[in-house]
Design a protein around this ligand. Structure first.
Ligand SMILES: NC(=O)c1ccc[n+]([C@@H]2O[C@H](COP(=O)([O-])OP(=O)(O)OC[C@H]3O[C@@H](n4cnc5c(N)ncnc54)[C@H](OP(=O)(O)O)[C@@H]3O)[C@@H](O)[C@H]2O)c1
Length: 490
């Protein structure tokens, strides 16, 4: 009989890359809280003048680890910090760390990646493709490796409209990409149909795993858009403004008034804690699969982790229900009343941006200058709109996904494992989730707690009045212009 998920990690050593990121932090927390791991080695680079260990100390002070701190106060003792950088040759590892990893690691979760859509291709390739190549090379030397899960993305093959749990061809191999000269001009030619360097390098990496990794007990996990947590370690936890979170936050504070979107399209959001549970379950399945195959090499299995198959959520519903919460508890730091107009056409978007972002932005910059401050609004709009353009593809297109392997995995879990590692999105109730998502943004992104709701609501009421007065003024000006045109023509 197969062992359960908790026991399958029994006294094992886990290596996590990307443990300082959104997904990696939650994975570390859940493994330490719920699985019987002996130790977790985390690959961390020094950054912004802080050493790897200084960074880690700060991270474990975060609220995400409150529950773990309570349940296992000495959890830090199970963590071994490995100073390293994915993109460097041999990952910048010291020889003692390398040896220790080779001798001890049993499970690898490779989460690290640059997820910037507009990362220069050479850097994205260095971190995402060659970096994964470095982890694969290290894994090949490990003496007791039982499982390796590579975290990709459900959109790695986004030029296709139907994405199955399969490998697909890529226009260039990892080896060719490494040797090709990349500049801004050649990037578009190399990317071909891919909208950004992130999804492209993820696709090339999957291809590399297919060709170089199948001697390892390896799987590929492809999550779609990771939202806040559903319930663990607390509902509504998140720590970034990626993807839809950024758009919603911008609208909530009255900064963004127009965003690209087709309300009737499906958005593929998945709860962060469910994603971690699915990822851990994929590791369990990978270990078992390899055990059962008696070491015979198999094609790496792919797991699409998406919500659209079992519980599709439309953008329209997501945005509407977020806005319902806005009426109840608007943020205090709003700069204007929160409203939005959706567009799908670039030209229409540019016109809307001119009227709803640029003109008010210029007006506010003028006020700032008159108050003796430096202007910033137009600069902020230019920067934010550039980011929004990078998301255009993902907020106006929809994909058909197959997730048969993931559903099969869910059916193979025991009752206890289903309780502890819930990830099935069958009949998922979006309403409370979207509500906690809104309050999660308010608390963890905007850093506002509920004590200010009364004050924020009165401020919002005043902003609504101002907003309505402006609307009346604009309609009046437009009518006057229209009337002047009519008089001029006739
Ligand atoms: N978030 C999503 O919605 C989503 C959806 C689908 C798939 N995924 C995948 O999930 C994984 C984790 O994403 P995330 O949202 O957690 O991203 P994230 O918050 O940006 O975290 C990325 C992690 O990778 C590390 N990293 C980046 N470059 C590195 C390098 N050169 N050397 C060592 N470490 C490096 C970062 O370390 P530093 O702290 O040092 O920068 C960080 O720990 C990625 O593989 C991503 O493709 C994410």
């Amino acid at each position: 009989m197969e062992t359960g998920i908790v026991e399958s990690f029994g006294n094992g050593t886990v290596l996590i890359t990307g443990s300082t990121g959104f997904l990696g932090k939650m994975l570390t927390e859940k493994l330490l809280r719920s699985c019987q791991v002996d130790s977790i080695a985390i690959l961390v680079r020094s950054k912004k003048g802080l050493s790897a260990s200084q960074r880690v100390t700060e991270i474990y002070k975060q609220a995400l680890f409150d529950r773990l701190r309570c349940e296992k106060p000495d959890f830090i003792e199970s963590i071994r910090i490995i100073d390293g950088h994915l993109g460097e040759s041999s990952m910048g590892l010291s020889s003692s760390d390398r040896e220790w990893l080779i001798d001890n690691v049993n499970f690898i979760f490779h989460c690290a990646a640059t997820i910037k859509f507009n990362e220069p291709l050479d850097l994205a390739s260095k971190i995402n493709v060659q970096g994964t190549g470095n982890v694969l090379a290290l894994a090949s030397q490990m003496k007791n490796l039982k499982g390796f899960v590579h975290v990709s993305t459900a959109y790695s093959h986004c030029p296709r409209s139907e994405i199955k749990e399969e490998f697909y061809d890529v226009p260039i191999t990892a080896k060719e990409l490494k040797n090709v000269f990349v500049d801004e001009e050649s990037t578009n030619k190399i990317l071909k149909d891919w909208p950004n360097t992130y999804t492209f390098t993820k696709a090339v990496t999957e291809n590399m795993i297919q060709t170089n990794g199948n001697h390892l007990p390896i799987s590929i996990f492809r999550p779609s858009i990771i939202g806040c947590t559903k319930s663990e370690p607390e509902p509504g936890w998140l720590d970034n403004m990626n993807g839809p979170t950024g758009l919603v936050t911008g609208v909530m504070v009255g900064f963004l008034r127009t965003v690209p979107n087709i309300g009737s399209n499906i958005t593929d959001i998945i709860p962060a804690d469910y994603t971690v549970n699915a990822l851990i379950s994929v590791m369990w399945d990978t270990v078992n699969r390899h055990k059962q195959s008696n070491g015979v090499n198999k094609v790496p299995k792919i797991y699409n982790y998406v919500s659209c198959v079992e519980s599709p959520l439309t953008w329209g519903r997501y945005i509407r229900e977020m806005h319902d919460q806005y009426y109840v508890a608007p943020p205090l730091q709003s700069m204007w009343y929160g409203f939005y107009i959706l567009y799908t056409n670039f030209m229409v978007g540019s016109i809307l941006r001119f009227f709803l972002h640029r003109i008010p932005g210029a007006f506010m910059d003028l006020l700032l200058i008159l108050c003796g401050k430096s202007p910033k609004m137009l600069r902020m709009y230019a920067k934010t709109e550039k980011m929004i353009d990078l998301l255009y593809e993902f907020s106006t297109r929809q994909w058909t996904f197959d997730n048969g392997n993931t559903r099969e995995l869910w059916s193979s879990l025991s009752k206890d494992d289903r309780e502890m590692f819930r990830f099935s999105l069958e009949e998922f109730d979006w309403k409370p989730y979207i509500k906690s998502y809104y309050y999660g943004i308010r608390r963890h992104v905007l850093h506002e707690d509920l004590s200010n709701v009364e004050k924020a609501s009165s401020k919002n009421q005043m902003l609504l009045w101002l907003h309505q007065m402006f609307m009346v003024l604009i309609v009046y000006i437009l009518l006057q212009l229209f009337w002047a045109c009519i008089k001029f023509v006739f």
